[in-house]
Design a protein around this ligand. Structure first.
Ligand SMILES: NC(=O)C1=CN([C@@H]2O[C@H](COP(=O)(O)OP(=O)(O)OC[C@H]3O[C@@H](n4cnc5c(N)ncnc54)[C@H](OP(=O)(O)O)[C@@H]3O)[C@@H](O)[C@H]2O)C=CC1
Ligand SMILES: N[C@@H](CC=O)C(=O)O
Ligand code: NA
Length: 434
């Protein structure tokens, strides 16, 4: 007996998913038991790369999520609404759900998983983070024996593609973004990619799995790549770093005043030492670097976006659900497949984060400026790792400095004082260093 699947969305990922399901030869045998029953789109008359029998394609998505014959609904339309409502309706009708939609899971995961657990259905989301890279199931299953300390990822293919091309070719930001959209990596509205919001959704999901609690998405700090300049890419290179948009979730060491560990959750462009495994992840590739006890360090690497890779993860989830449907008689959430966290993780403020900083300043070219900078940083407990006057720009001296680890709050106080110094013209760049 085949498991009937309702597909919502036949765009980049939906088309890739349909292509795999319609061509099961040589893949897992269970694939032959998955049948696309109906496909929901916005414009049924649009030309499509895959063809279906008459009546399969429809613009009535509510009819799909309530179709009695459908057991699994695959949500690949993206965005918050109507995706959220359709997922909840599918669950209410007793359907299992597979989704690639990190935005809806990061923001409405609590509501969705509560409904799914009450109804005894699964909501699977492997494609939502790292595209084709298996990382959700490994966090749920293969790494379950570990106490996770940190998850650090390059989880947005579009921005990694843009930064890589800017670095290799000195290419212009806008031109490379247009290519990323053409290639199907960027979201329909690329703001979410470029401003770090997509990566923030993804790290919220990973943190929830890694640290076993719900995450308030609004507490994830997000800073995108719009301000990363060719000058900074070049200086970083000379200092032995590559600039990457990192998404970081880190357990802070237990503070005796707090009963539970707190999490740092942040997304920002970061200078990554070239010796770090994440520094060599280029183009649309993603990687998720996880530190845990007792495993130590492990990195998951692969294509983070695009039709085929993302569909590979969607179909893996479909196989997981089909396997459970074949073997389970009771609708009990499988402890290694379902998600049943109840409490919210405690999240540290950015002021408390301890990190290194890279700063580029334009100053008057006069004696004593570097000394004044050193004194001002020193007054706030900020120790400098390196200070270089790189040359002149617009008749001003350009100074690049890197700090040692410092509490972000202290660094900000030092910077506020520095901005009042008469010799300082502007601070064009301020980036964190891994
Ligand atoms: N693209 C990628 O590389 C990756 C995407 N994802 C996620 O996968 C999901 C799908 O992305 P992607 O395939 O790129 O998106 P696309 O924009 O390519 O496709 C969206 C599909 O959904 C349909 N659709 C959109 N809104 C509605 C609506 N209101 N009613 C009915 N149908 C609708 C569209 O119909 P029509 O065809 O008629 O316009 C289209 O078929 C998103 O959540 C995205 O974040 C995750 C990882 C990678
Ligand atoms: N727009 C996203 C697609 C996958 O989630 C990205 O660029 O990574
Ligand atoms: Na994945």
């Amino acid at each position: 007996m085949a498991f009937k699947v309702g597909l919502l969305g036949l765009g980049t990922v939906g088309t890739g998913t349909a292509q795999i399901l319609l061509d099961p030869a040589g893949r897992h045998p269970l694939l032959k038991e998955l049948e696309i029953h109906r496909v929901g789109v916005r414009s049924p008359d649009k030309p499509r790369a895959v063809q279906f029998p008459e009546g399969v394609l429809t613009a009535d998505l509510e009819a799909i999520v309530s179709d009695r014959e459908i057991e699994i609904v695959v949500e690949l339309i993206g965005g918050l609404e109507p995706a959220r409502s359709l997922i909840l309706q599918a669950i209410a009708h007793g359907k299992h759900v597979v989704t690639a939609n990190k935005a809806v899971i990061a923001r409405h995961g609590a509501e969705i998983f509560t409904a799914a657990n009450e109804k005894g259905v699964y909501v699977m989301l492997e494609a939502s983070v790292g595209g084709g890279i298996p990382v959700i199931q490994p966090l749920k299953q293969s790494l379950g024996a570990n106490r996770i300390q940190s998850v650090t990822g390059i989880v947005n293919g579009t921005t990694n593609y843009i930064l890589t091309r800017m670095q290799r070719e000195g290419a212009d930001f806008g031109e490379v973004l247009a290519d990323a959209q053409q290639l199907g990596y960027a979201e329909a509205d690329p703001t979410a990619d470029v401003d770090g919001l997509d990566a923030a959704d993804k790290i919220a999901i990973l943190a929830s799995l890694a640290f076993g609690g719900r995450i308030d998405r609004d507490r994830v700090y997000a800073e995108g790549i719009r301000k990363v300049s060719a000058a900074d890419i070049s200086y970083a290179e000379k200092l032995g770093f590559t600039i990457k948009l990192l998404a970081i979730a880190k357990r802070e060491r237990q503070n005796p005043e707090h009963s539970e560990d707190r999490l740092q959750l942040r997304v920002h462009p970061t200078l990554v030492p070239k010796t770090h495994p994440l520094a060599s992840i280029d183009g649309v590739y993603n990687a998720i670097f996880i530190e845990g006890d007792p495993i130590g360090q492990v990195m998951f690497y692969g294509p983070g976006a695009g039709a085929g890779p993302t569909a590979s993860a969607v179909v893996a989830d479909l196989l997981n659900v089909a396997a459970v449907l074949k073997t389970e008689t009771e609708p009990i959430p499988h402890p290694l497949i379902g998600c049943s966290h109840q409490h919210y993780c405690s999240i540290a403020s950015m002021e408390e984060v301890v990190t290194r900083f890279y700063v580029r300043l334009l100053t008057e070219d006069q004696p004593g400026v570097i000394g004044q900078l050193g004194t001002c940083f020193g007054n706030h407990g900020v120790s400098l790792e390196s200070v270089v006057q790189t040359g002149m720009r617009d008749r001003l001296a350009e100074i690049v400095l890197v700090t040692h680890d410092v509490r972000e709050g202290n660094f900000n106080s030092a910077l506020a004082d520095i901005q009042t110094m008469s010799a300082i013209s502007t601070i064009p760049s301020l980036l964190r260093v891994l």
